[in-house]
Design a binder for this molecule. Structure first.
Ligand SMILES: [Cu+2]
Length: 290
C-alpha cells in the first residue's frame, strides 16, 4: 500500500473514533479536590464544593441520625417533560430525615456549567447558609453535609444566570418540611403562569381582551398592516423636507470626485429611490384592494 492509502485509513480511523467518543459523552468524575478550609473544595477543572460538613453537628442534633446518599442528575433532557423550561434536575424533590449526613452525587450531563445549590441552612455552620456543588459537564462531583434537626423545606437550584428561571429548581424536605417555593416544575404553582392554551390564540385573533388572563401574559396586539405604509409616508415627507440640506451636502461630497464616480453614485441613489417608490406603490395598492 502506498503512503497515501495509509494516511487515508488512519484519517478514517481518527474520525470514527472521535465520533464514537462524542457519542459516548463520558462523565468525568472530579475526585481530587483541593481543600481550602471551611468546607470549600475545588480543583483546577472547575469542580467546586462549598459548605462541605462531615462531622459538625447542627444545634439540637445529639448525633448523626444516619448516612444517606442521593444522586442528582442535571441536564437539558430532563426539562423536556415540563413545557416552557430549558433545564431541569432529574427529580424536583428529595426527602431526608433530620440530622442525616447526606452525600450528594451531582452529575451534570450537559456540556455547560450547572450547580446544585441549597439555601437556608444555619449560617453558623454553612457560609451564607449555603451548600453548593458546581461543575462544568459532562461531569460528576460529590459533597457531604449534615442537615439540621428542624422540619424545613430548602430551596435547591442552579444559580447560573436564567437556569433556575428556565426550570432548574427543586426542594429538599427535611422531616415534615415547612413552607413551599413557587415555580418548581411539576411540583408547585408557577409565580407567573405561562399560557399555551387555545384561549390565548382566540384572544389574539378576535382582538378581544381576554378577561381571565393576567396582564403579564397578554400578547401585544398584532401590528396594523396600514401602520407600515403610514410610517413610510412620514419618512418620505421628512425626506422631501430634508432634500435641500441633502443637496448642499452632496455638493460638498462631490468635490474632488471624478465625473464617473458622480454618475455611479447617482445611479445607486436613483436605484434605492426607485425601490422605495415601488414599495410605496405596492403598499398603497394593497391597502385599496382590501
Ligand atoms: Cu445550570
Amino acid at each position: 500500500m502506498s503512503k497515501f492509502t495509509h494516511l487515508i485509513i488512519f484519517g478514517a480511523f481518527l474520525t470514527a473514533s472521535s465520533a464514537y467518543a462524542a457519542k459516548q459523552q463520558e462523565i468525568v468524575e472530579h475526585k481530587l479536590l483541593m481543600d481550602h478550609g471551611d468546607g470549600h473544595l475545588m480543583d483546577m477543572d472547575g469542580g467546586m464544593v462549598m459548605g462541605q460538613n462531615k462531622d459538625k453537628l447542627p444545634g439540637g442534633c445529639d448525633k448523626i441520625s444516619g448516612d444517606e446518599e442521593i444522586t442528582v442528575r442535571a441536564g437539558h433532557k430532563y426539562s423536556k417533560k415540563f413545557p416552557g423550561t430549558m433545564f431541569a434536575f432529574d427529580k424536583q424533590e428529595w426527602r431526608i430525615k433530620p440530622c442525616t449526613r447526606l452525600t450528594v452525587h451531582f452529575i451534570n450531563e450537559d456540556n455547560i456549567r450547572h450547580q446544585w445549590m441549597m439555601h437556608g441552612l444555619p449560617k453558623y455552620l454553612y457560609d451564607k447558609g449555603m451548600f453548593h456543588l458546581e461543575v462544568t459537564g459532562p461531569a460528576k462531583i460529590s459533597g457531604t453535609l449534615i442537615v439540621p434537626k428542624e422540619d424545613k423545606t430548602y430551596l435547591v437550584h442552579c444559580d447560573i444566570a436564567q437556569h433556575m428561571e428556565k426550570g432548574m429548581k427543586g426542594q429538599l424536605v427535611v422531616g415534615k418540611g415547612g413552607g413551599t417555593f413557587p415555580s418548581i416544575p411539576g411540583l408547585t404553582d408557577f409565580a407567573i403562569p405561562d399560557n399555551y392554551g387555545p384561549t390565548q390564540i382566540a384572544a389574539t385573533t378576535s382582538a378581544q381582551p381576554a378577561v381571565t388572563q393576567p396582564t403579564a401574559a397578554q400578547p401585544l396586539p398584532a401590528p396594523q398592516s396600514s401602520s407600515n405604509t403610514g410610517t413610510f409616508i412620514i419618512g418620505l415627507a421628512l425626506g422631501l423636507f430634508a432634500t435641500p440640506f441633502a443637496v448642499s451636502n452632496f455638493k460638498q461630497r462631490f468635490k474632488g470626485m471624478s465625473s464617473k464616480d458622480v454618475v455611479i453614485y447617482g445611479a445607486n441613489l436613483g436605484k434605492s429611490l426607485f425601490d422605495q417608490a415601488v414599495h410605496l406603490a405596492i403598499s398603497i395598492y394593497r391597502r385599496f384592494k382590501k
